[in-house]
Design a protein around this ligand. Structure first.
Ligand code: SF4
Ligand code: SF4
Length: 126
């Protein structure tokens, strides 16, 4: 199975898909349905979207933990919120959008690529 295309156009298409899937259920959206963050550019999903797509794309597995490991290595390692020992307070407090909706994010990206996670890992879609 091939990697997800990472051209500018493909990333824009994937981002549009994720904005439909994730912003619609995100607890940080406002009452008008837009992003409620004081600075939407700080969204932990969309401010590092190409890295997330690349991390998911290098995995070919039905197991969620394989994707979690790739995200931890490729995204969390470079995040200012993660300590040297791997601890992330933002993750522990369920404030990281990427971690909070990881199953939905991986499911949506892998749906595009044609992979499904193990039964029970694919959550309902809005
Ligand atoms: S924090 Fe991110 S995922 Fe949540 S509503 Fe804002 S842009 Fe969408
Ligand atoms: S889980 Fe923590 S270290 Fe990983 S992206 Fe989110 S805030 Fe950064």
């Amino acid at each position: 199975m091939g990697r997800l295309a990472e051209s500018k156009e493909s990333l824009a298409m994937l981002e549009e898909l994720l904005r439909r899937r994730i912003c619609g259920v995100c607890v940080d959206r406002n009452t008008e349905g837009g992003c409620g963050l004081s600075n939407p550019d700080e969204c932990g999903l969309f401010n590092r979207f190409p890295k997330i797509v690349a991390a998911v794309s290098r995995v070919e597995s039905e197991k969620l933990e394989d994707y979690v490991a790739a995200i931890r290595e490729d995204v969390c390692e470079g995040c200012a919120n993660q300590m040297l020992d791997g601890y992330c307070r933002v993750r522990e407090e369920v404030r990281c959008v990427l971690d909070r909706y990881l199953v939905l994010i991986v499911s949506a990206l892998e749906e595009v690529r044609g992979t499904r996670l193990q039964h029970g890992m694919v959550l309902g879609r809005p």
